[in-house]
Design a protein around this ligand. Structure first.
Ligand SMILES: [Zn+2]
Length: 237
């Protein structure tokens, strides 16, 4: 442990510099030019490291490319390190929120979610290579380019890689520097409920109660759907 701590402390300046570089390249979802620049950057940085790996750039129509690295091959099932390289911030946000360190905090457009952690994923690979440590199983890194818009093309890729993996670390940021061990899901619904409104005090008999029954049924449906969704078919150890 001490060796790793010393290693990463010695690397602090260069890691901060890498984070600064990648945050300076804005890459909101759908911005294929920004995505290409970010993927170029990750590919070049990965190729700097001398270790056994292969790199793949997977095209996603109108979105850019996903970035995949398979490192330290062996017959064992890999550890999957998951991240995304798209951000929610429109182009030009960096003019309003410049990349900077203030009072020991690093600010920038998309730095928290989640470019800093994408750099850390890469630095983990570098640490294994430079310290000549053999990870207990292969490492697969998948950085998707469409997570912020619901992973229309990345989802299938994530699911396929997760199925092959022994375990998966989703490296999304967490509050307070903690390790995230669970993720929430979100869903959107449009409810159409039919009925006849009436004044509750003056003419309650005119109201069509069907409205409330439909609403209650919808509510039950939503609850049972959410319960089913809370038991995903793919589980991580
Ligand atoms: Zn994120």
């Amino acid at each position: 442990m001490k060796m790793l701590l010393d290693y990463f402390q010695a690397k602090q300046t260069s890691i901060l510099d890498s984070i600064r570089q990648i945050v300076e390249i804005e890459s909101p979802s759908y911005d294929t030019a920004g995505n290409a620049a970010v993927v170029d950057w990750f590919e070049a940085k990965t190729r700097e490291i001398s270790f056994d790996f292969e790199v793949e750039r997977i095209a996603a129509e109108n979105l850019g490319e996903h970035f995949l690295v398979r490192a330290f091959p062996s017959s064992k099932k890999p550890t999957l390190l998951l991240g995304h390289i798209d951000t929610v911030h429109p182009l030009g946000t960096k003019e309003k929120n410049p990349t900077r360190i203030e009072a020991e905090k690093f600010y920038g457009s998309g730095i928290f979610d989640m470019k800093a952690n994408c750099v850390l994923i890469l630095e983990v690979l570098r640490a294994f290579a430079e310290l000549k440590l053999q990870p207990p199983r292969p490492i697969t890194i998948l950085l998707s380019c469409d997570e912020e818009i619901g992973s229309p093309t990345g989802r299938a890729l994530v699911e396929a890689e997760a199925r092959e993996a022994e375990l998966c670390l989703v490296c999304e940021p967490s509050a307070g520097g903690k390790v995230k061990t669970g993720r929430k899901g979100t869903a959107g619904y449009t409810l159409r409920v039919h009925g006849v409104p009436a004044h509750a005090g003056l003419e309650p008999e005119k109201a069509r109660r069907q409205f409330w029954k439909s609403l209650a049924k919808s509510n039950n449906f939503i609850r049972s759907t959410i319960r089913k969704m809370a038991q995903p078919s793919i589980s991580a150890k």
